[in-house]
Design a protein around this ligand. Structure first.
Ligand code: F6P
Length: 368
């Protein structure tokens, strides 16, 4: 038990929201142990993200609740994709249906919270920002396997997912080689391609397709046929679930939906595989890695990052520095205003050094 230093925050609530990922429990542990042991704060654990705050599903968190969880996957608090402000009309911002925001503010008061700590992705930190604008004290931590949160160089969960995806790509190499096949692996990342880019480079993907760069199947076909002419009897194609062809990129939402129904393929990985077979005549197979990227124990790096973010959040609570999200800038752990990530997605810049690196080792990024 460390000595308890003065703190502006006496009692705080903590919740995890959005897609789960390895490292969430490490972050919970980091916040709670520092807040409790160093600052003598009282911790209220809130179940299932913002849903628990609406339902009042919260309880006193004791030291035994947040010890022994560093290496556990998932989140001991549970999570949901509840978006309290979604109930508001987009144009008029008027209340639509029951006003969940007022209920949250009521429960925040009833639970006697001085602050709300939210661990989540874009949606979670955006909701945290909107609640801060409603007068609540909020501190956010950047969590997601997608690494697409503006304001931080990295989110916890990302490194573990890159590790899982890279191991999968390594495994695909041996079966692709044995069968002289093209293996397509579809990874998570609807809006941003960070996970596919980094796992593609780590796994030696021959083609990497990102949502940020609409692909040209002719260019992919040329690349794969050249590999075959150069004696490479197999190829690995890494596809982010949000990748689109240049034809689809030119469509509006409605046209794209119709086009996809016509192709009768469950997801982009299958569409790309079919196009590759049509384009090159090469035997192609598909693996959709799905939720395996979000499961299991955190990598050592994610344990360190999540613990660091957690203890940094506890320090913000002690200083009474609310309305912020902890962040990593280079080696520096700091904090940005919650307005910075709110409503935004950190996409892969088309001139990002990792794209240049991939190209330098002969990887096709789908558009040349
Ligand atoms: O936000 C992280 C993420 O894993 C995305 O990469 C993925 O598209 C999405 O969550 C899946 O959402 P859900 O868990 O609600 O199916």
């Amino acid at each position: 038990m460390g000595s308890s230093t003065k703190s502006a925050t006496k009692t705080f609530g903590i919740l995890t929201s959005g897609g789960d990922c390895p490292g969430l429990n490490a972050a919970i542990r980091g916040v709670c142990r520092a807040a409790h042991d160093k600052y003598n704060m009282t911790v209220i654990g809130i179940a299932n993200g913002y849903r628990g705050l609406i339902d009042g599903d919260a309880r006193l968190f004791k030291p035994e609740d947040f010890s022994g969880i560093l290496t556990r996957g998932g989140t001991i608090l549970g999570t949901s994709r509840e978006k309290p402000f979604k109930a508001r009309d987009k144009e008029t911002d008027a209340e639509v249906g029951g006003d969940k925001v007022e209920v949250i503010k009521e429960n925040y008061r009833r639970l006697n919270l001085d602050c709300l700590v939210v661990l989540g992705g874009n949606g979670t930190n955006t909701t945290g920002y909107l609640l801060a604008k409603e007068g609540l004290n909020v501190v956010g931590l950047p969590k997601t396997i997608d690494n697409d949160i503006v304001g931080t160089d990295m989110t916890f969960g990302f490194h573990s997912a890159v590790t899982i995806a890279t191991e999968a790509i390594d495994r695909l190499h041996s079966t692709a080689h044995s069968h002289n096949r093209v293996m397509v692996i579809e990874l998570m990342g609807h809006k941003a391609g960070w996970l596919s880019l980094y796992a593609g480079v780590a796994g030696g993907g021959d083609v990497i397709l990102l949502p940020e760069i609409p692909y040209d199947i002719d260019a992919i076909g040329r690349h794969l046929l050249k590999r075959a002419r150069d004696g490479k009897s197999f190829s690995i194609v890494v596809v982010a679930e949000g990748a689109v062809s240049k034809e689809e990129a030119a469509m509006d939402k409605k046209e794209r939906k119709k086009y996809r129904e016509k192709t009768a393929t469950p997801s982009i990985g299958y569409r790309v595989a079919r196009e590759i077979e049509e384009e090159t005549g090469m035997e192609t197979r598909v693996t959709v890695l799905g939720y395996l990227q979000r499961g299991g124990i955190p990598s050592p790096w994610d344990r360190v990052l999540a613990t660091t973010f957690g203890t940094a959040a506890a320090d913000l609570l002690a200083k009474g520095e609310y309305g912020k999200m902890v962040s990593l800038k280079g080696e520096e752990v700091s904090a940005v205003d919650l307005s910075e990530p709110a409503g935004r997605v950190k996409s892969v810049p088309v001139d990002h050094h990792m794209i240049a690196t991939a190209r330098s080792v002969g990887t096709c990024i789908g558009n040349e």
